[in-house]
Design a protein around this ligand. Structure first.
Ligand code: HEM
Length: 217
């Protein structure tokens, strides 16, 4: 029997972590159209802080042989998130957002892995492959619910500069399969991916308190 590729092993070893992230109450309420624009904005704000850190890690590792294949300037999200926040909250958006405690924990971990290429790959995979996959369903739902179009609102989920998303994801998985690291490092990357899911799920869990308040109101 042929050995499964690393991209398959990574997905299979972390899919149960994906299910807990997906099953979160905030996302359920959001996707069911039960949250106000401001309450949706709370997640966009938390994404903003996480992606500023993640994209800074990409820049810091652009010349590293392990990380460089996962540095894609066309994926950088800071500008798209700023447009989304301006659409949701207005010109003074920057004064109206702050990182939650779980977001600060996630950002601290991303900053740490900016000096560990394998750890960076784990966080990059968890966020970006998700945004390019399930994120596209989330975008379509939010466009219907809030009436957002291109130019702000859900631009975070738009990757116009990437071209065909299935082709890009195929290439991304090929790069995971070609990672120049040994088996022990691959196991560490899988462990860090599970941690990345957990930290991201805690951010969503914290947002759940907003969903509960809104749904109860
Ligand atoms: C409503 C919420 C979500 C839905 C409906 C959803 C749905 C999906 C679906 C259908 C796929 C498979 C796509 C494919 O095989 O090409 C996928 C992949 C993925 N999702 Fe999600 N997702 C959600 C939330 C999340 C969250 C919160 C994260 C991370 C924090 C995440 C991370 C990922 C990753 C990394 C993959 C790629 C797995 C791989 O192919 O290796 N997803 N998602």
């Amino acid at each position: 029997m042929t050995q499964p590729s690393f991209s398959e092993v990574l997905k299979n070893s972390t899919w149960s972590d994906h299910e807990s992230a997906e099953g979160d109450g905030y996302l359920k309420a959001l996707m069911a159209g039960r949250l106000s624009r401001e309450a949706y904005g709370e997640m966009v704000a938390q994404h903003y802080f996480a992606y500023v850190a993640l994209d800074a890690a990409s820049r810091a590792l652009a010349d590293d042989p392990v990380a460089a294949p996962f540095v894609f300037p066309e994926l950088y999200r800071e500008e798209a998130l700023a447009r989304d926040l301006e659409t949701i909250y207005g010109a003074d958006w920057a004064d109206r957002i702050e990182p939650s405690l779980p977001t600060r924990t996630l950002v601290a971990r991303i900053n740490q892995v900016a000096s560990w290429p394998g750890g960076y790959v784990a966080h990059h995979y968890t966020r970006y492959l998700g945004d390019l996959s399930g994120g596209q369903f989330i975008r379509m739902a939010l466009e219907k619910i809030y009436g957002y179009g291109p130019g702000g609102g859900v631009d975070f989920y738009r990757f116009d500069a990437v071209g065909s998303l299935p082709r890009f994801k195929q290439e991304y998985r090929a790069r995971l399969d070609a990672l120049p690291v040994d088996e022990a490092e691959k196991r560490r990357i899988i462990r860090e991916t599970k941690l990345a899911y957990q930290l991201n799920t805690e951010v969503l869990g914290d947002l759940g308190r907003i969903a509960r308040a809104e749904v109860a109101a």
